[in-house]
Design a binder for this molecule. Structure first.
Ligand code: NAG
Ligand code: NAG
Ligand code: NAG
Ligand code: NAG
Ligand code: NAG
Ligand code: NAG
Length: 449
């Protein structure tokens, strides 16, 4: 009857909410009904408990009488059993045929018999159990060389240098000791070992108290993105040093040049002469010549290099018996020679200046540039390196009937400035018709980007 009444009431409540409740009692009526139901339930509860108690009494009576009978007929009891340390014994009757059960406290495992029976021989079956501490260290939970200390129902990791966290899973950023300014009262104590209350926690942009919540008796502490719980002190969040953490990452370095750790993040920086690219990771050379950020004089040429610029002055050579005239900012041509002046005739017909900028450690071999004869008068063209300078790094090859190329043969580590002279000579029946020289200057930047 009561059950039906309750269901009716609840149905009406539902209807009231959905505003179809024409036949339902008013709010006050409902509440008084509910109170009555409550009372009824309480009364039922009381009588139910009373019944249980009387049932238990009867059961106990029955048990003791049968126990007495057992002692009479079985004539004897088994010896008293010990309660295992950190465990419990269930069952007090020591008469033949009776069982005793054993339990262990959390964190302990039972070794021996869980149940023992008093046998006819008045001895207990099985073995006396013990409660053994479960070894939480057995699964080697401490990472990165940390050592494990087994405690009841838990383990503690003592981390190797440079690691922190409950299982030593978090690397300790190297800056930590530098940035931290621990209170002057205990200048030698590390913030890790101090188990201070949150109010006295050291604070810096790289370190702040964690946010903890209690749930079902356990505490859960969390940190903002980019921060992690500091070691055993779950009250403290420390910044993750992404620069350190991903220094030799599989996916490449975070930054092409320099990584700066920031509270909760990081940023990349570039050396002078470079701007950070849109991806915030790479560095892009600034063309100082193009953007007029150079200070070269009017009679100088501005040559953009990776990370800077060079001011060069193109001057025509002074060779005995030959004179030159500048025909372009980077080209000198020999004036016509007097008849029978061999020294003049053997001097280069033209000298061209070539400036190249490369990054450090450029892979080699690599073609740096090609020279071609615009029109050929003679029957033979020869290409070669002039002088000993640059032979260590360069070589010249023919790459076509009228073309030769300058190759870089080995990587060069910057910063460096290398020079080479490439000569193209034209012959007709082994007689020299003309010599054309290209002076190459290679500016190698200190960086490989
Ligand atoms: C068991 O019964 C025998 C006789 O049936 C008696 O001699 C003995 O003392 C009894 N033992 C105990 C422990 O009551
Ligand atoms: C540490 O903090 C104190 C004041 O709290 C300040 O005087 C001192 O300069 C700080 N030291 C460093 C290294 O920042
Ligand atoms: C490089 O960055 C600076 C400052 O961020 C800016 O003023 C300049 O225009 C940038 N230069 C180039 C070439 O992007
Ligand atoms: C040009 O500027 C550089 C620095 O950018 C300086 O070292 C150099 O002396 C300057 N040269 C002249 C001619 O002012
Ligand atoms: C250089 O020129 C001078 C005259 O200007 C001439 O006497 C001399 O023979 C020339 N030297 C050579 C090697 O041709
Ligand atoms: C030069 O480049 C090679 C291959 O790319 C690389 O293995 C080497 O580490 C680099 N050396 C330097 C000094 O950057």
């Amino acid at each position: 009857m009561i059950r039906i009444y309750v269901i009716m009431t609840i149905l009406c409540l539902y209807q009231t909410y959905t505003s179809f409740g024409q036949d339902c009692p008013s709010k006050q009526e409902l509440q008084s009904t509910l109170r009555q139901v409550h009372k009824l339930l309480s009364a039922h509860e009381a009588s139910y408990l009373q019944n249980l108690r009387s049932l238990r009494k009867k059961l106990n009576l029955l048990q003791s009488s049968t126990a007495r009978q057992a002692t009479k007929t079985g004539n004897g009891t088994c010896p008293k059993l010990e309660v295992p340390n950190n465990g419990r014994k269930l069952g007090k009757v020591l008469a033949v045929g009776h069982e005793v059960h054993f339990l262990c406290e959390p964190g302990y495992e039972l070794v021996g018999s869980e149940t023992r029976v008093c046998q006819e021989s008045l001895t207990w079956s099985g073995q006396q159990p013990i409660c053994r501490n479960i070894n939480e260290c057995a699964s080697t939970p401490c990472l990165n060389g940390g050592s494990c200390v087994d405690e009841v129902n838990r383990f503690l990791c003592t981390c190797a240098k440079g690691w922190t966290g409950p299982t030593c899973q978090t690397p300790i950023p190297t800056f930590f000791t530098i940035v931290t300014n621990v209170s002057t009262s205990s200048p030698t104590s590390s913030p890790y070992s101090s188990s201070s209350s949150p109010s006295s926690l050291p604070s810096s942009p790289f370190m702040h108290p964690s946010r903890c919540t209690q749930f079902l008796g356990s505490t859960r502490c969390t940190c903002e993105a980019g921060f992690t719980i500091s070691g055993r002190d779950s009250n403290l969040c420390i910044d993750i040093d992404e620069c350190e953490l991903f220094h030799n990452g599989q996916a490449g370095r975070l930054c092409v040049h320099n990584c700066v750790n920031t509270p909760g993040g990081y940023r990349c920086t570039c050396p002078p002469g470079y701007n950070l690219t849109r991806d915030s990771r790479n560095c892009k050379d600034i063309d100082e010549c193009e953007t007029r950020q150079h200070n070269c004089t009017r009679d100088q040429l501005c040559v953009n290099t990776y990370g800077g610029f060079q001011c060069v002055r193109v001057e025509c050579p002074r060779i005995r018996n030959a004179t030159y005239v500048k025909t372009s900012p980077v080209r000198c041509e020999r004036n016509p020679c007097p008849v029978d002046n061999r020294a003049c005739a053997q001097a280069p017909n033209s000298i061209t200046f070539h400036y190249l900028s490369v990054v450090s450690n450029l892979s080699a071999p690599r073609v740096l540039f090609r020279v071609s004869a615009a029109r050929v008068l003679g029957d033979t063209l020869r290409f070669g390196l002039l002088g000993a300078r640059g032979r260590r790094h360069f070589t010249v090859q023919r790459s076509g009937r009228q073309t030769g190329q300058l190759l870089l043969v080995s990587p060069v580590q910057g910063p460096a400035t290398l020079e080479a002279e490439v000569e193209m000579s034209e012959l007709e029946r082994r007689a020299m018709l003309g010599r054309y020289v290209t002076k190459v200057t290679l500016f190698v930047s200190p960086y490989s980007f």
